[in-house]
Design a protein around this ligand. Structure first.
Ligand code: PEP
Ligand code: MN
Length: 450
């Protein structure tokens, strides 16, 4: 078997072990679906992927910050109104982060393709095949629904196209205009403490825009204030699907794709497939990652040392981030590879309460703060945050400003198809928290505080 480090052909991943892949029964049907996908238009244009890479180069230089956010698992039938809520919350978070960090915020939706999930077991508690995301099977707990169906890859393409079209409409069609900032605050968020805080911020922004108009600056005419640019991202998990959408060595299933914690093995199919992509790519970095692996990812996934090409998504867990992250960051510093480090404070902090998977706000914040401390200690730019959240009023994560989600309330609006997400007001609260950290960084206070 060839070594991942010595392969040269994009198709070589097929000869390597691939974890977390669907098991299809009808190979002719798989081939027909792949053929059909190969004929389809790219979901995202290559020019936009290149544009994102340039924006990420700014992050690598320490001059911008990434907000990557969205569902753990999207579903085909989610109403578009939910997407509107997500985009509104991301716009709010962007303003909060820009205000605190005084930096450009690169916005990556975790969506328009986030339809495949790695699972810890092939079988669930009912002895059925596990749900692996809408791209693979159906969530309904029946034998038939859980069958892996290759035609779902076409539905994933269609659902991604629909989501992308809606994101474009929302971000360029007037709603993202800074003059409409007050309309982004969703009803249920408005009444929460972070909602009030956002209202005050929005008043200040509006005041400032009026002030600029009074100075004779035509703020209303500035296109930069009328639209928001959002890129889309997902875990590149099902290789048959990803491969079928590669055009000129770009994955066109989304602007940014990442390798998950469960599939990042050096000599296996995912790393080999990703090494041939020209997109900016991510790798989830858990506490078991070794120094050798970090150095190998740099070498294999960014051999030209291109700024903005490689993002390490740290997901250590709050209890380990302060001890496990710094040797790995140091290892990356020892290479000449300009990597970006961002913090996923969700996946290392999941636990179950009365059968509900959950995460607590305090622990999430603690991991983000630990991440900033380690970055400050090593002189690394904290490049962004990666969050699972929704604009909706769900009760999936515990805590919040007003202790609004208690353990007893988890069952009230627990809607996620996979992992627990922050609700709209928890999302704003995390954004204010990160903005505070960015402000401390900006003032040069961080290293001292740490
Ligand atoms: C995820 O991002 O939903 C996920 C499964 O994360 P990880 O690969 O970090 O466990
Ligand atoms: Mn998840």
């Amino acid at each position: 078997m060839p070594k991942a480090t010595s392969t040269t052909n994009r198709a070589d991943w097929r000869a390597l072990p691939a974890r977390q892949q669907p098991t299809y029964r009808n190979s002719k049907l798989v081939a027909a679906v792949v053929c059909e996908l190969q004929e389809r238009a790219p979901l995202v244009p290559v020019a936009e992927i290149k544009r994102l890479r340039r924006k990420l180069a700014k992050v690598a230089e320490g001059k911008a910050f990434i907000l990557q956010a969205g569902d753990c698992a999207e579903m085909f039938n989610t109403p578009l109104s939910r997407l509107t809520n997500l985009i509104k919350v991301m716009l709010q978070m962007t303003i909060i982060l820009m205000y605190g960090g005084r930096m450009e915020i690169v916005k990556l939706v975790r969506g328009a393709g986030q339809y495949a999930k790695p699972r810890s077991s092939d079988i669930d508690e009912l002895d059925l095949k596990s749900y692996r995301g809408d791209l693979v099977n159906h969530n309904r707990p029946t034998k038939r629904a859980r069958r892996h169906d290759p035609r779902r890859m076409l539905r994933a393409y269609n659902a991604s196209a629909k989501t992308l079209a809606k994101i474009r409409e929302l971000t360029t069609g007037g709603m993202a205009d800074l003059r409409r900032i007050h309309q982004w605050n969703l009803d249920f968020v408005q009444s929460s403490a972070p909602g009030h805080r956002f209202q005050e911020l929005a008043d200040n922004v509006e005041h400032f825009l009026d002030f600029m108009e009074a100075c004779g600056v035509n703020v209303r005419g500035m296109s930069a204030l009328k639209v928001a640019e959002m890129f889309v991202s997902h875990e590149g998990l099902v290789l048959e699907y990803e491969d079928a959408l590669v055009r000129d060595d770009y994955a066109t299933s989304g602007h940014f794709v990442w390798i998950g914690e469960r599939t990042r093995h050096l000599l296996e199919a995912h790393v080999d497939f990703f090494r041939h992509l020209r997109n900016p790519v991510g790798v989830k970095i858990g506490p078991k990652t070794t120094i050798e692996e970090i150095k190998a990812y740099c070498r294999i996934l960014n051999p030209q040392n291109t700024p903005g090409k490689l993002v390490f998504i740290s997901r250590m867990g709050a209890s380990e981030v302060r001890t496990k992250l710094s040797p790995l960051m140091r290892a990356a510093q020892e290479t000449s590879c300009p990597v970006i480090w961002i913090c996923d404070p969700m996946h290392g902090n999941t636990f179950s309460h009365n059968g509900y998977k959950t995460r607590s706000m305090d622990v999430i914040k603690n991991e983000i703060e630990g991440f900033f401390e380690v970055c400050a200690e090593l002189g690394v730019h904290p490049g962004g945050v990666h969050l699972e959240l929704t604009g909706d009023d769900v009760t999936e994560c515990l805590g919040g400003h007003t202790d609004e989600v208690t353990a007893e309330r988890l069952k009230h609006q627990y809607e996620t198809a996979c992992d627990p997400r922050l609700n709209g007001s928890q999302a704003l609260e995390v954004a204010f928290f990160v903005a505070g950290l960015l402000q401390r960084l900006h003032r040069g206070e961080f290293a001292i505080a740490a």
